[in-house]
Design a protein around this ligand. Structure first.
Ligand SMILES: *Cc1c(COP(=O)(O)O)cnc(C)c1O
Length: 385
């Protein structure tokens, strides 16, 4: 059997290793100077005023929902085609979750279906407090349209940009929060840049940033300006909210900060691979990724769609040949946990069709031309029968 080719893989340089080792030799393994430096660097790249680093994107989604006041009795809507964390964050807060079907071309939350569903909910008195559009595969949602639909009803927006650091929308970087309250990045090793585990919440709203800073560290503040006690001693701190320990360590932040040096290079490599795949599959009975004119994808994933009658056979044949294709994702509401909450098949037909046809091909910066050729040959063989 040929070597296995995974669908995603991190790229770690000698400089990355040296950056982590430097922290290990320093005074602080956590709560030192590197986390704030990483936050500043990501905020600058994304064009946002505030960045709050945490130990995962899942944690970031949770404290983002908390900062926007999501709690029991509230509703949160997201896309069905996402990792479960986008939706679980709302459940952590005791809110009810629901799903807006995807656009059949972009696979992102459909702005028209969102607008319709919001209009209906406004009449029924069941509007969500927050929506969480997800930039699937690294391609931004149509944020201007989503923002227009949401603002009409005073609904707040968290962008789940776990796939999309380095991407752009309407000539501005994903993360600038022009059309949202908060944007989330993930730094899991399969994502665009990694910290091992890690995430970040970006916002232009100082108040939201303050709430998220509190919630990532037990709801505790040492900032004298925020204290209720007027003349505390040097030992003193106050807990103002029921927060968590969601802190990022300086070890993780050092890896992330070093990785940012190659962000552009990573995206360029991914873009070249995507173009190569596009050309190689143009004559096959497969659907290659459609791109929104205003978006410049970070190409976290390259998803093809195949005839649903042959989907399983093509998937299995690629896997058997050592091409470790994947499927991102099963509609969240079809997960057993969500089925027990009362969700049933048929809720989002576009998402269910997508799930019956989608295959994620290997896509990562160090995927060699030889490996790309292997993937291309295997897909051509499996998909053309
Ligand atoms: C990876 C991912 C997450 C969770 O990220 P973690 O950093 O692993 O917690 C959330 N949403 C989406 C869309 C993801 O792909």
């Amino acid at each position: 059997m040929a070597d296995f080719i995974p669908y995603g893989r991190q790229s770690i340089s000698e400089a990355d290793i040296a950056a982590v080792v430097a922290v290990l030799k320093s005074d602080f393994l956590t709560q030192g100077p590197v986390v704030p430096a990483f936050e500043d660097a990501v905020a600058a790249i994304a064009g946002a005023n505030h960045a709050v680093a945490v130990n995962s994107a899942t944690s970031a989604l949770h404290i983002a929902c908390k900062a926007l006041g999501v709690g029991p009795g509230d509703r949160v809507w997201t896309s069905p085609i996402t990792f479960v964390a986008s939706s679980n964050a709302a459940l952590y807060c005791g809110a009810e979750v629901n799903f807006v079907d995807i656009d059949p071309r972009s696979y992102n939350m459909c702005p028209e279906l969102l607008a319709e569903k919001l209009d209906e909910a406004a009449i029924a008195g069941t509007l969500p407090k927050v929506i969480i559009p997800v930039h699937l595969t690294g391609q931004s949602c149509d944020m201007a349209a989503i923002h227009a639909a949401a603002s009409k009803h005073g609904v707040r927006i968290i962008e789940d940009a776990s796939h999309a650091i380095g991407g752009a929308y309407a000539d501005r970087p994903v993360g600038c929060c022009e059309y949202s309250d908060i944007t989330i990045f993930s730094f899991h090793p399969v994502k665009i840049v990694t910290t091992g585990e890690g995430g970040m919440a970006l916002t232009n709203d100082a108040e939201l940033a303050k709430l998220m800073q509190l919630d990532r560290s037990h709801g505790i503040t040492r900032d004298a300006d925020m204290m209720e006690e007027s003349d505390p001693g040097a030992w003193y701190y106050e807990q103002h909210r029921l927060g968590y320990n969601y802190r990022m360590t300086d070890i993780n932040a050092a890896l992330g900060l070093s990785q940012l040096d190659r962000l552009e290079e990573f995206i360029d490599r991914r873009r070249v691979i995507a173009q190569r795949y596009d050309a190689a599959f143009a004559d096959l009975p497969v659907t290659t990724p459609w791109q929104l004119a205003e978006a410049n994808s970070a190409w976290h994933l390259y998803v093809i769609r195949v005839d649903p009658a042959h989907h399983r056979a093509i998937f299995d044949e690629l896997r058997a040949g050592g091409i470790l294709v994947n499927l991102h994702y099963m509609p969240v509401y079809l997960q057993p946990y969500y089925r027990k909450l009362g969700f049933e098949p048929g809720l989002c037909p576009n998402a269910e069709s997508y799930y019956a046809e989608a295959i994620s091909l290997p896509m990562f910066p160090t995927l060699s031309e030889e490996q790309q050729d292997q993937v291309i040959a295997a897909v051509r063989k499996a998909a053309s029968r």
